[in-house]
Design a protein around this ligand. Structure first.
Ligand code: 5RP
Length: 219
């Protein structure tokens, strides 16, 4: 079974958490694209969705699903999103698709975060396989980069990428994130950082892992 097939398995299993007559929070990325496609079959049972990226918004509309802005809803029952890495405590690194800030905003609206991943995303220590994305205000790029170096990271400017919010991304290599909650707070305190890709203060509640043996659910 290839990686896309495992993503599809996890995405489809995510549908069981969608309740009738609710607005669903939807993240972004290739696993979420599979979820959006599957959600299309349930479009008449839900009120709509709040999307964490312009790409997801477009795909939801193509499925005939009404898209609400985050400002239009008081809260969401669930938020469904992928991850670049996930540890046994259900903390994640996200932002491979540069949508981390909006993902954190929409996730914060939801009662339950459902993380859908293929089995390759599981790690013991965050930062082991994937550089940590940090969204930065463009004028602060160099100074934030220097601060990240002092903290032991090796930041790399993601050339040619501008986020949906008009900012840039620094991908930080060499960070072994042993205390994700403290690191998330510390990085957010650097002037010029909009968001960092550690999702530990608000981790996932349910993890659905696509494996060759089927979708494994950890609650
Ligand atoms: C985008 C994200 C994605 O959830 C993450 O990159 C996983 O992507 P994929 O489902 O394509 O593996 O955080 O900012």
């Amino acid at each position: 079974m290839n990686q896309l097939e495992m993503k599809k398995l996890a995405a489809k299993a995510g549908l069981q958490y969608v309740k009738a007559d609710t607005i669903v929070g939807v993240g972004s990325g290739s696993t979420v694209n599979c979820f959006i496609e599957a959600l299309g079959a349930m479009k008449d049972q839900i009120k709509g969705a709040v999307a964490a990226s312009k790409t997801s918004e477009e795909l939801l509309k193509q499925q005939g699903i009404e898209v609400f802005s985050a400002n239009e809803v008081l809260g969401l029952d669930i938020y469904v999103d992928g991850a670049d890495e996930i540890n046994p405590q259900k903390m994640m690194i996200k932002g491979g698709g540069a949508a981390l800030t909006r993902e954190k905003i929409v996730a914060a609206l939801a009662k339950k975060f459902i993380c859908i991943v293929d089995e390759s995303k599981q790690v013991d220590v965050l930062g082991s396989t994937f550089p940590l994305p940090v969204e930065v205000i463009p004028m602060a790029r160099s100074q934030v980069g220097r601060k990240l170096v002092v903290l032991g990271g090796a930041p790399e400017y993601r050339e040619g990428v501008v986020t949906d919010n008009g900012n840039v991304i620094l991908d930080v290599h060499n960070f072994a994130i042993l205390n994700p909650v403290e690191m998330e707070k510390e990085l957010n305190n650097i002037a010029g950082v909009v968001t960092n890709g550690i999702f530990a203060l608000r981790g996932a509640d349910v993890v659905i892992i696509g494996t060759p043996e089927g979708a494994k659910i950890i609650e």
